[in-house]
Design a protein around this ligand. Structure first.
Ligand code: TRP
Ligand code: ZN
Length: 897
């Protein structure tokens, strides 16, 4: 940790390494208090590098021995700096032998080698390998690894490493060993080992090329009844990558290991993926439908990294989105294909866009805004962001929209043909897409270099005489830190036109348009009903000919670009699109636009002193909601999304000055009004979407439960005894966690008499299921009824721990980011709590602390009185001693102008 001004690293300063590593051999003597690591590196000078010095990185290590080409190096032959070890002017070929000692039991950062529940795990991305040994720990140094693990056989019966198991046996003295060899060259961030008392579910799986692979899911004893879904997801992932991208598993063995203490979701270490238990363990008793879906998607994500990340990796960490954006795109497509139906795909698309808008748009508008390929960073761990992941995925998706599925596949094929085994840049990916398709994608580069969410404003004109319908587009992009001015982006905008009966009008363009070839658009169809218009200039106009009546435009279908699209729809047009658009994404979008418009006008009323009562409401929204709720031709999953009001944070982003109390009051008022007005319809939807019989997490059943539980939550917002009873009986009868947790959540948000009792019973029943206890904390943290004092009381609960990131997140993060009305209490008590916790967590786990620090990102958007309290809290953190560079970077950028 450091307290001086953070040191910034720039992309423009990239220099290739002075030495490459060909082979790495390591021996581990595993001991929680002192693990000895002996490393032998075969290195050779990089003829293209101008650097003469051999640079290794190391952190929190005790250096015991250092030999070069067989001879011990004297203290004068090398320099130990701040996190570096440098050898000046070594020969061109070097064999370096290094002995280091680390203390895994004291490692609360969960980077490098650490202990969780008595077992050993590693986390090396991004720069954790340097906490294990001195090494040129950068992704453009790729080597093959051979690793021997030694440990007490009784305490650590299972010893796992990357690649293939080549040897194992006893050492006498109660210890045993295993030797693992990874035949593929890899960067050090993909190194992993696991040692401990674990059990596995395993299966042999026949690959498309005829080979058999051994698949294993490793967990702590007692959890084998929770591995089936992860195993199924893994097999589906392998099959999907074969079929959709022609990519085969390249190892004989593929392992997933679950660990309870983990900073993020999961990690794609070669052949040995390590997962947060949250994304592995599931059965109907403990996991919700959302958990099941998340597990499928994260298992897919990590598996897909084997090609997009591991076989082709990043040249430097500025290229992080090269692997993350692409792999998120792949996991999104995988999940959509697993649902299979068109409307299921649309539901998945809506959910993904919701995440983008709720988390990435604010990031792009705040002090931490950065391009998909950043130009600088202080701490790379702070750049595992929604921009790198989710916006990065949207950028990849736009290639597919522009080139079509087949064109995109050709680009992928060329990418692997050119770069297998290499560490490359985002530009290499773009070049493969351009070269494979013959299209010019030069301007597309701006999606990687410019931060900020572009605005696209649309104006339309219909000429009855000529039957021409004109769309004019204007694009702009707000300034972001370090980027006051932006150039126009290359934006694919998918559009359609609806006639007065709600049907799609065949589209014919007069000039200026390029017929796209996105899904559903056929390049040689003379008059498609969806067309991808390509914006490349600040303003552009498109004329549609042969339009026989004034149409209603359906704009940015399927959310074809990560932009804010502004068009002056009337309420009636929105209701019409909601009921008729053939593009299900835009049906949902129309409802959200209408709801958002109402919420914003109600907030204005409240701020002018109006009391929230029925006189403020017209029937447009209620009528539109009624139509959707009762339209049984629509999937329940779709209806659930369409009937969910924009979240408080989405509303907040739309406002110049944010008043969290007013937004909260308005959203609750609107929910209660919708509950009241549609009471019978909600009840009917509840009854119609019961899923009796054995639980199954499939999308159709999950969709029904989703709609049913949304209905329940609306009904409970009335806070009346029939609702209370409905929730209570659902709680008592539930045979799965989805129904149980929804009922409990609804009760906790109400004043139902059974509220406390249900909470206590839930705790008793699931006391031994850590992931369920996380839900128990989190559900209370986000309840309207929970204030900061109640959160502090929950922190004193014996089951609470700051050291376990899942537990810390379940209470602290849930409160600070999921309970805005309480967190933004006018007296600043929420902010003081936040500051205290950032400082405490900073000493334990800087990565987790820095994530919490980001909760205050948008502080300048709040009302002046809140802003003052927020600034005070930020300054309290800034003034704290021994801040990690993780936290320091976030706080410094937040306070900067
Ligand atoms: N590469 C991982 C993923 O996206 C991310 C990750 C897991 C990570 N653990 C981490 C990043 C720790 C930084 C630090 O799948
Ligand atoms: Zn990833």
């Amino acid at each position: 940790m450091r307290t001086d001004t953070p040191h910034t690293i720039y992309r423009k300063d990239y220099a290739s390494p002075s030495f490459f590593v060909d082979t790495v051999e390591m021996g581990f003597d595993l001991d929680p208090d002192a693990t000895i690591v002996a490393t032998r590196l075969t290195m050779r000078r990089n003829p293209a590098s101008r650097g003469k010095t051999l640079v290794l990185y190391g952190e929190s290590l005790r250096l015991v021995a250092l030999r070069m080409n067989g001879k011990a190096l004297s203290k004068r032959a090398y320099t130990l700096g701040h996190g570096t070890l440098e050898i000046a002017n070594p020969p061109d070929e070097v064999v370096l032998e290094i002995e280091t000692v680390t203390q895994p039991s004291q490692n609360t950062s969960l980077m490098g080698l650490y202990v969780s529940n008595g077992n050993f795990f590693t986390q090396c991305e991004a720069e954790g390998f340097r906490k294990i040994t001195f090494f040129p720990d950068r992704p453009d140094v790729m080597a093959t690894y051979k690793v021997m693990l030694r440990a007490d056989k009784e305490k650590y019966p299972v010893l796992l490493g990357n690649g293939n198991l080549v040897e194992q046996g006893d050492l006498g003295d109660g210890r045993h060993y295993a030797v693992w060899e990874d035949p593929f060259r890899k960067p050090s961030y993909l190194f992993a080992l696991v040692a401990g008392n674990l059990v596995c579910q395993e299966e042999t799986f026949r690959l498309q090329d005829g080979r058999d692979a051994l698949l294993q899911v490793w967990v702590e004893e007692g959890n084998l009844d929770k591995t089936q879904h992860a195993m199924e997801s893994l097999k589906n992932s392998i099959r999907w990558d074969e079929e959709r991208f022609g990519l085969e598993l390249d190892l004989d063995r593929f392992m997933i290991v679950a660990v309870s203490d983990f900073n993020m979701g999961a990690m794609e270490n070669k052949g040995l993926n390590i997962f947060n238990t949250k994304y592995v363990l599931a059965n109907p008793r403990i996991a919700t439908d959302v958990d099941f879906a998340n597990i499928e998607s994260v298992v897919g994500h990590e598996y897909f990294h084997n090609w997009t990340g591991n076989r082709v990796t990043c040249r430097d960490w500025f290229q992080l989105s090269l692997k993350e954006g692409l792999t998120v795109f792949r996991d999104q497509e995988f999940s959509a294909d697993m649902i299979g139906t068109d409307s299921g795909r649309a539901v998945k698309r809506i959910e993904d866009v919701r995440v983008l808008r709720q988390a990435q748009f604010p990031e792009d508008a705040g002090p931490m805004a950065h391009p998909v390929r950043p130009d600088s960073y202080v701490e790379i761990n702070n750049f595992y962001t929604v921009t790198i992941y989710e916006k990065g995925s949207e950028v990849v998706r736009m290639y597919q929209t522009l080139l079509g599925r087949d064109g995109f596949r050709k680009g992928m094929d060329l990418y692997f043909q050119r770069h297998d085994g290499q560490a490359v840049e985002c530009d290499d990916f773009r070049r493969a897409m351009a070269d494979a398709s013959g299209r010019n994608l030069d301007q597309f580069e701006l999606w990687y270099s410019q931060a900020g969410t572009p605005r696209v404003t649309v104006a339309t004109r219909y000429d009855e005489m000529s039957n021409i319908y004109t769309m004019s587009f204007t694009q702009s992009c707000p300034p972001t830190p370090g980027q006051p001015k932006k150039l126009p982006f290359h934006i694919p905008v998918a559009v359609g036109l609806l006639d007065s009966s709600g049907r799609d009008i065949p589209l014919r363009l007069q000039k200026g348009g390029t017929e796209g070839s996105s899904e559903g658009v056929h390049a040689n169809d003379p008059a498609p009903t969806t067309m991808v218009l390509e914006l490349t200039q600040q303003t552009q106009t498109f004329d549609f000919v042969g339009v026989l009546e004034q149409p209603v435009p359906s704009l940015l279908r399927n959310f074809s670009a990560p932009v804010v699209l502004e068009y002056d729809y009337t309420d009636a047009e929105l209701g019409f699109l909601m009921a008729n658009d053939s593009d299900p994404f835009n049906r949902w979008e129309a409802g959200q636009r209408l709801a958002l418009r109402r919420m914003l006008s109600l907030v204005r009323e409240v701020k002018q002193g109006a009391a929230l009562d029925a006189s403020l409401l017209d029937t447009a929204l209620t009528d539109a909601f009624r139509v959707t709720l009762t339209d049984t031709s629509l999937d329940p999953a779709f209806r659930e999304l369409a009937l969910t009001l924009p979240s408080e944070s989405v509303v907040a982003e739309q406002m110049e000055v944010v008043d969290p109390q007013a937004i909260h009051a308005v959203r609750r008022f609107l929910r209660r009004s919708l509950a009241q007005a549609l009471r019978a319809e909600w009840l009917a939807a509840y009854e119609a979407n019961l899923t009796p019989g054995e639980y199954s997490p499939d999308a159709e059943s999950a969709g029904k439960r989703g709609l049913k539980n949304l209905a329940l939550s609306y009904l409970l917002d009335l806070d009346e005894s029939d609702g209370h009873q409905l929730a209570q009986s659902q709680y008592d009868a539930a045979n799965n966690m989805t129904d149980r947790l929804s009922a409990l959540g609804a009760l906790v948000n109400s004043s139902a008499p059974g509220r406390e009792d249900a909470l206590a019973r839930f705790y008793d029943e699931f006391e031994n299921e850590a992931l369920v206890i996380d839900k128990w904390f989190s559900l209370q943290a986000v309840s309207y009824n929970t204030d900061v004092e109640a959160v502090r009381a929950l922190m004193r609960h014996p089951a609470f721990s700051l050291k376990n990131p899942n537990r810390a997140r379940s209470l602290i993060f849930s409160f600070c980011s999921g309970n805005p009305a309480q967190f933004h209490a006018p007296d600043g008590s929420g902010y003081a709590y936040w500051a205290e916790l950032v400082i405490t967590l900073n000493a334990l786990n800087p990565q987790v602390a820095a994530r919490l620090a980001r909760v205050m990102d948008r502080w300048r958007k709040y009302e002046p009185a809140l802003q003052r309290n927020m600034r005070n809290a930020l300054e309290d953190v800034a003034a704290a001693k021994s801040l990690s560079k993780d936290v320091l970077e976030v706080i410094t950028k937040s306070l900067a102008n």
